[in-house]
Design a protein around this ligand. Structure first.
Ligand code: 6GU
Length: 289
């Protein structure tokens, strides 16, 4: 998978070099190219924004900058052609031949994934608090994409004509990561990129851990424990030491149900719960302890 990010603050994307995402870069499963929007800003002042038409506070990002920038990034032309991919910050990355790994083109084993959905135009993701909600379901779908381009707006946003024009050639998705306002789209891109890339085949070692993710089954995950069995006088639940896997599974589901009812009751409405699930919710506790 290849990610391109257009931003006026390229440094904001540095965290992608860390941990799991950095490792995916190192392994050649992921390539991330960050482009400085100012490379497309004309004139000595390199201004990227102007006052909103119709008045009001803030600034709006200019179409004459964003238009060519998106064209070039999607075509791999102009200043975009010169962009170096992010390298992994993993401690052993230095042992790898750069040409072989970090800078190499990503594996093409996902070819046709977007095509399977019947539309292989590039995907342009625009983070904005005015977008539709970014969810685990979108993360799952986007993890099958060959290529995703992110356009980070700052100030009040990007001139709408840029997105309307882009939608004539690409798939454009305006998404929000929650009901609060950030200064710009960069942090949202970090969130989205992490949620998506951890689902790319081979990036997260253990497949089962996806299946048990909060939201994967529509429930929040319940509490988890490790040794020691007693810590500061607090016991880990006895059922987890019973050796009875069926009981442990039932207990975990009960905890997930109870936690979801307490914290996100609206999520329960969309699920089909069996009689046992409903009994647990009515009792307010698991029969397994
Ligand atoms: Cl995606 N962008 C910005 N600027 N603010 C947000 C957001 C995105 N999602 C929630 N707040």
């Amino acid at each position: 998978m290849r990610l391109d990010v257009l931003t006026i603050f390229p440094g904001y994307l540095e965290p992608l070099r860390q941990a799991l995402v950095g490792k995916a870069i190192e392994q050649g499963r992921l390539a991330v190219h960050v482009h400085d929007l100012r490379a497309w800003a004309p004139g000595v002042h390199q201004s990227v924004d102007g006052p909103p038409c119709g008045g009001g506070p803030g600034m709006v990002m200019k179409p004459e900058v964003w238009g060519p920038a998106l064209d070039d990034v999607l075509a791999g032309a102009g200043p975009a052609a010169a962009s170096a991919p992010l390298t992994s910050a993993a401690p052993h990355a230095g042992q790898l031949r750069r040409d072989e790994k970090a800078g190499a083109p990503p594996e093409s084993s996902y070819a046709g994934a977007a095509g399977a959905a019947g539309d292989d135009r590039p995907l342009l993701v625009v983070p904005t608090p005015a977008g539709r909600p970014f969810t685990q379901e979108l993360a799952r779908r986007w993890s099958l994409e060959e290529r995703i381009c992110f356009a980070c707006g700052r100030y009040e946003g990007i001139d709408q004509r840029v997105l309307d024009d882009a939608a004539a050639r690409w798939r454009v998705e305006e998404v929000s990561i929650g009901d609060y306002v950030l200064i710009g789209g960069e942090v949202a891109v970090l969130v989205i990129a992490e949620a998506v890339t951890r689902l790319v085949p081979g990036v997260l070692g253990n497949r089962l851990s996806h299946e048990q993710d909060s939201f994967s089954e529509g429930l929040l995950e319940g509490p988890c424990y490790t040794r020691p069995r007693t810590w500061r006088g607090r016991e880990a639940p006895a059922v987890l030491f019973s050796g009875d896997h069926a009981r442990v599974d039932r207990w975990r589901r009960d905890q997930a149900l109870l936690r979801t009812a307490a914290r996100r009751p609206e999520l329960l409405a969309g699920l089909d719960l069996d009689a046992r699930d409903r009994a647990v919710l009515e009792q307010g506790e698991s029969p397994e302890g």
